[in-house]
Ligand binder design. Structure first.
Ligand code: KG4
Ligand code: ZN
Length: 334
């Protein structure tokens, strides 16, 4: 079965061709440069750029896969959550494309796409498993069973983990998106340079706004000369210290969830799952707790359409399709 996946929920225009478990093509056109000077995604600019890119990106995905549109069996597209203007570009294109070729349309939840990115590389984890979804807009700890039931055990009460990285990176003058830059700097830094706060809640919820505020005060309460010295001589150490605070909180919650639920397999997905320290710590958690671990290749952690096609194919196999009148839902929940 050949499925075309389309993703445009935020600032990446993406299309992929999925062929019975094999990713034949995976094209992502990232708008990072467009938004960098603003320190975050500007919705109007994002939707205009999706409009410019959606046709060439889909053509590239079909060309890379050497697949003619007439050979496709279905179109899977993200219809939420995300920026309304961005979602509408991918969704409108997919609806027209599917209609023109008389193909089934499968509207996908972007977060479900991240969850099922674990199945893109064999071996796929057995169900049920615990999944930590960590991205720029979401931090959710989810129990996943074999029937697309997603039981949310915990979620962030304020900032998402990726948002924490992005906001702190901005305070450090590292541009947007901040996660990859912090990861790079942290490699050479001392994670114990400064003890930034780790907010641990009684349940499995998360909170990262205190970390961002603490970094803000740490820099604000110093003289200009001292701040310049710290951001010059100790940028790597500061990045490593912030990264350690975020990763500690995530791994700690995952460990508690494993102990509370008796889960035998854990997965970490979403853009923040590309973080090198988080990846190492989750692998270590697997060994320590005796549970299986799935962390997708970094290319499948970041927003992409292969995960949308993968999840869409599973939905289609279970008999799910969407109406041609499907709407975008910017607040769609898991
Ligand atoms: O899943 P994603 O590509 O888009 C959303 O659905 O939000 O995630 C993007 C987020 C951004 O906040 C970015 O800073 C973060 O993932 N990120 C990272 C790394 N790579 C991307 N955070 C920490 N370390 C990384 N290596
Ligand atoms: Zn995402």
């Amino acid at each position: 079965m050949l499925v075309l996946g389309i993703e445009s929920s935020c600032d990446d225009t993406a299309a992929a061709v999925w062929d019975d478990g094999t990713v034949r093509s995976n094209v992502v056109s990232s708008q990072t440069d467009l938004h960098e000077e603003y320190g975050g995604v500007v919705p109007e600019l994002a939707s205009r750029d999706h409009q410019r890119l959606i046709v060439p990106v889909v053509h590239r995905a079909l060309d890379d896969a050497s697949v003619e549109p007439s050979a496709l069996d279905a179109v899977a597209v993200t219809h939420g959550p995300g920026l309304p203007g961005s979602l509408l570009v991918g969704l409108s294109f997919a609806k027209a494309f599917a209609r023109g070729l008389d193909l089934p349309l499968i509207g996908m939840n972007h977060l479900e796409g991240h969850v099922y990115s674990v199945d893109l590389e064999p071996p796929a984890p057995e169900r049920p498993f615990l999944c930590l979804v960590v991205s720029g807009g979401h931090t959710e700890l989810v129990h996943v069973d074999e029937n697309f039931h997603h039981d949310v055990l915990g979620r962030t009460r304020d900032d998402a983990a990726g948002e924490a990285f992005d906001k702190v990176a901005q305070l450090f003058g590292l541009g947007y998106p901040g996660g990859p830059a912090i990861d790079r700097h942290a490699e050479a830094g001392d994670p114990e340079f400064h003890d930034f706060p780790r907010t641990r809640l009684d349940d499995l919820d998360f909170s990262f706004s205190g970390l961002k505020t603490s970094v803000l005060y740490y820099l604000r309460d110093r003289s200009d000369a001292e701040r310049t010295r710290l951001l010059g001589d100790h940028l790597d150490d500061l990045c490593a210290s912030v990264q350690a605070a975020v990763v500690d909180v995530l791994v700690d919650a995952l460990r508690r969830a494993v102990n509370e639920t008796g889960a035998e397999h854990v997965a970490v997905v979403g853009g923040v799952a590309a973080n090198s320290s988080l990846r190492q710590r989750v692998e270590a958690l697997g060994r320590e707790e005796g549970v299986g671990v799935s962390v997708p290749d970094p290319a499948y952690c970041m927003d992409n359409a292969a995960m949308i096609a993968q999840a869409g194919a599973q939905r289609l196999a279970a008999g799910h399709t969407s109406s041609p009148t499907l709407d975008a839902d910017s607040n769609l929940q898991l």
